[in-house]
Each structure stands twice: as structure tokens, then as C-alpha cells.
Design a protein around this ligand. Structure first.
Ligand SMILES: *Cc1c(COP(=O)(O)O)cnc(C)c1O
Length: 419
């Protein structure tokens, strides 16, 4: 459920006609609904009634300051994967003891930054990382709170690029290595073992992979408790899927029920790292039709948003519904909706049945709140697009569209080039 709905024939975001925002802000832009963001956070959080999980919103899905601030105000924690996300998270007001740090490639400066910020937990992904974190904590005269990220080898049945918990994936430690890792960590002076972590993939629509992963985490916990290791936190990661087209993902309440059933005889504090399920359907991309043309085989609708603005179709072959902002035309056509970038992979939709749009019409690319702006780039020297948030009948530009001068920030020409 979201708040992008037609009234008569015109698409609104909450109580604001999207056309009006496009006139004020120009195109393309991302548009988020405050009510939807808030609702999704509460729906997810409240599904776990009685378990009181720490919901650490996964920053990388959408890392915009206003969105982070909204979730920190709602009492959420934060899952980060870089020093930059830690910086943003602290600026947005997250308390550091609600921040968990995942990722396979943490640098020394990032580890030091997280240690001195006193985050809740490092989710460690290799034995070398464990050694380094122990060493840095020693130098800073601290004890680093840690979990090991386990790769439980379950098939999340999702796109290969977003499955992370298979043997062949680069993430985490297999169960046997994790047992060795926990033993090794137990001998180190400067780490404190507090958790077990996993994250098996993204856009997961079934309960089974989560169930299997959780069961192997519980088994692992029982195994390592034999060595006197006490586990307080169990971090299930993120990965719950959403509806893009015709998927039927399990609802947060079913997800919660699945987890609760397995946890009923344990005494973990549960941590969850949802990203997509919270922000995905709370945002859309609004773009304008620049031109139409017909090739020998296909019709093309050329928009002012391209793969640098929304890369998911190009990168994952992802489906995003494309809808007219103002419905004027009954006739439907089949067309490729493509961006202006000089790459064949630059498309928003392929062979798509859409209404017969005209030059200058506005299109809404739906379900673009997660991994949309967060993955935007300046490819082809295209300024990054604006982001707007709607609340009731007001809207606010939460990120200004980049100017041409922003494109050269930090660049300089060396004297040996200036002749
Ligand atoms: C990306 C990521 C998440 C969020 O995944 P979603 O599918 O967006 O819920 C959570 N935890 C980790 C470690 C991640 O890398």
C-alpha cells in the first residue's frame, strides 16, 4: 500500500497533484510519500509485537538525509555498510548504540571511526577482518562489540546479483569457518562477542529461505555455547521483498510469525535490517517524455530519466511499472521506454504495454524508492536529479537538483597540462 493514487485521471502523491510538483521542480525527480514511509516502518516494526526487535533500517536502500531523519525520529536503528553511511546516520540523529556495521571490505579508517563512535556491533565477514578489528580496538584501548556474519548456504530464490547467502557468494563465513572464527574471537583480547548475523539476499518473497537461515543460526549458537560463548543479539539482516509487478511477497506479519515460531524457546534480542520493504514502494521516479520514434522493429519512448538516474532495469533486469501522470489516452502501445544515455542497456522498461503517450507527457516509474537515487551517478555528466518529499498537501525539495558547476567539484587541472 502506498499513497500514489489517481484522482479522476490524474496521479497524486498524497494530496498533491504530481504535475504541480513537476512544474515547480522540473524533471526528472524522485518523489517520496511521508505517510507511506512512516506506515511501512510501523507495519514492519509492529509486526513483531512482543519480540521488540531492534529495527535497523538498511541505509544503502535510500540514504537521503530527510529519510534517515524520519526513521531516527521513529526510534529506529541503522544498518550501515560504510564510513560515509555512518557519518550520514549520525548527522540524521541515530544514536550510535543502535547502529550495526555490515560489509566485507571495511577499511582501517572506517573501523576506527566506528569504534570511536561506539556503535552497537560490527558484523564481521572474514577472519582477517576480525584480526584487524581486534588490533585497532587494542590501539584505541577499546573492546569492539562483534558478531560474525554467517553464510548459511540457503537459496533465497531471487536474482543472482542480489542473492548473498549461497556458498558461492562473497559474503560471510560458512558455518564451519564461523565456528572456528568464534573460537578465534574468544581468544582475542580486544573484541567482545555479542551476536550472530546473516543476510541472505534481497527481494525474497517466500518464508522458507528465512526459516532455513534462522535455523542454522540457532544451531550455530547452540554449537558455540559449548565453548562458553554467550550470544545476546541475533541479526537476521534484511531482504524481505515487495510488489513490483505481480509478486506475492510474504507480508511483514507472516515474516514475523515465521521468526517468532523459531525463536520461542530462545532468549535472543532480535535485530532486523530491512531496506527495500520500507522504502521501495514509498518512492517513484517522475520523468518527462522527450520524444517518440518508431524503428523498423520497435516503438521507442525516450524519457529524460536514464540509467544514471535509475539503474535497476539495466543492472538487474528489474521491472518497474510505468504509468502516465495524467491519463488522457485510452489506446495502448507496446514500446521500449528508454533513457537518453548512449548505452543499449539504458532502458526503464522493455517491450512494455503502456498508454500511447505523447511528447512532453509525464510518466511515473513506480516502486523506485529503494536502490533508486542511492545508485544514481553522474554518468554522461548528467547532474544528479532532485528528490522531493510530500506530506499531506505540501511538498519539499529534500535534495536540490545538481547544477553543472557541481559536476566539477573537486576536479583540477595539473600545471603540466596548462601549456
Ligand atoms: C542491503 C542489505 C540489507 C537490506 O536489504 P533489503 O533487501 O533492502 O532489505 C540488509 N543488510 C545487509 C547486510 C545488506 O547488505
Amino acid at each position: 500500500m502506498h499513497h500514489f493514487v489517481y484522482r479522476e485521471n490524474e496521479l497524486y502523491a498524497e494530496d498533491v497533484p504530481i504535475k504541480k510538483i513537476a512544474e515547480a521542480v522540473g524533471t526528472p525527480f524522485y518523489l517520496y510519500s511521508h505517510a507511506t514511509l512512516k506506515r511501512h516502518f510501523h507495519t514492519f516494526n509492529d509486526a513483531f509485537q512482543g519480540i521488540y526487535p531492534l529495527v535497523c533500517y538498511s541505509a544503502k536502500a535510500n540514504t537521503s538525509l530527510a529519510i534517515l531523519k524520519l526513521f531516527s525520529d521513529l526510534g529506529g536503528g541503522l544498518d550501515i555498510v560504510s564510513g560515509g553511511e555512518l557519518y550520514r546516520g549520525l548527522k540524521a540523529g541515530f544514536s550510535s548504540d543502535k547502529i550495526v556495521y555490515s560489509g566485507i571490505g571495511k577499511r582501517v579508517d572506517e573501523i576506527d571511526y566506528a569504534l570511536s563512535s561506539k556503535i552497537l556491533m560490527f558484523n564481521i565477514e572474514s577472519l582477517e577482518e576480525l584480526e584487524l578489528i581486534d588490533k585497532r580496538a587494542g590501539i584505541l584501548k577499546m573492546k569492539a562489540p562483534i558478531a560474525l556474519r554467517v553464510n548459511p548456504d540457503v537459496d533465497p530464490k531471487t536474482h543472482p546479483y542480489i542473492s548473498t547467502g549461497l556458498k558461492k557468494n562473497k559474503f560471510g563465513l560458512d558455518i564451519q569457518s564461523a565456528i572456528e572464527g568464534y573460537k578465534a574471537a574468544n581468544r582475542l583480547q580486544n573484541v567482545r562477542i555479542i551476536g550472530i548475523d546473516c543476510h541472505i539476499g534481497s527481494q525474497i518473497t517466500e518464508a522458507k529461505p528465512f526459516e532455513d537461515a534462522l535455523q542454522s543460526l540457532i544451531n550455530l549458537k547452540n554449537e558455540i555455547e559449548k565453548f562458553g560463548i554467550k550470544i545476546k543479539y541475533l541479526d537476521m539482516g534484511g531482504g524481505l521483498g515487495i510488489v513490483y509487478e505481480d509478486e506475492s511477497p510474504l507480508h511483514p506479519s507472516e515474516y514475523a510469525k515465521t521468526i517468532a515460531a523459531l525463536l520461542k524457546d530462545t532468549s535472543f534480542q532480535l535485530i532486523l535490517e530491512p531496506g527495500r520493504v520500507i522504502v521501495g514502494n514509498a518512492g517513484i521516479l517522475v520523468t518527462r517524455v522527450l520524444y517518440r520514434k518508431s524503428g523498423l522493429k520497435k516503438k521507442f519512448v525516450i524519457t529524460d530519466a536514464g540509467m544514471n538516474d535509475l539503474i535497476r532495469p539495466s543492472l538487474y533486469d528489474a521491472f518497474h511499472a510505468v504509468q502516465p501522470v495524467v491519463k488522457t489516452e485510452e489506446t495502448q502501445i507496446v514500446a521500449d521506454v528508454v533513457g537518453p544515455i548512449c548505452e543499449t542497456g539504458d532502458f526503464l522498461a522493455m517491450d512494455r504495454k503502456i498508454s500511447d503517450v505523447k511528447k512532453d507527457d509525464l510518466l511515473a516509474v513506480m516502486s523506485a524508492g529503494a536502490y533508486g537515487f542511492a545508485m544514481a551517478s553522474n554518468y554522461c555528466s548528467r547532474p544528479k536529479l532532485a528528490e522531493v518529499m510530500v506530506k499531506d498537501n505540501q511538498f519539499h525539495v529534500i535534495r536540490a537538483r545538481q547544477q553543472y558547476s557541481d559536476l566539477m567539484e573537486g576536479e583540477s587541472i595539473p600545471s603540466f597540462i596548462q601549456g
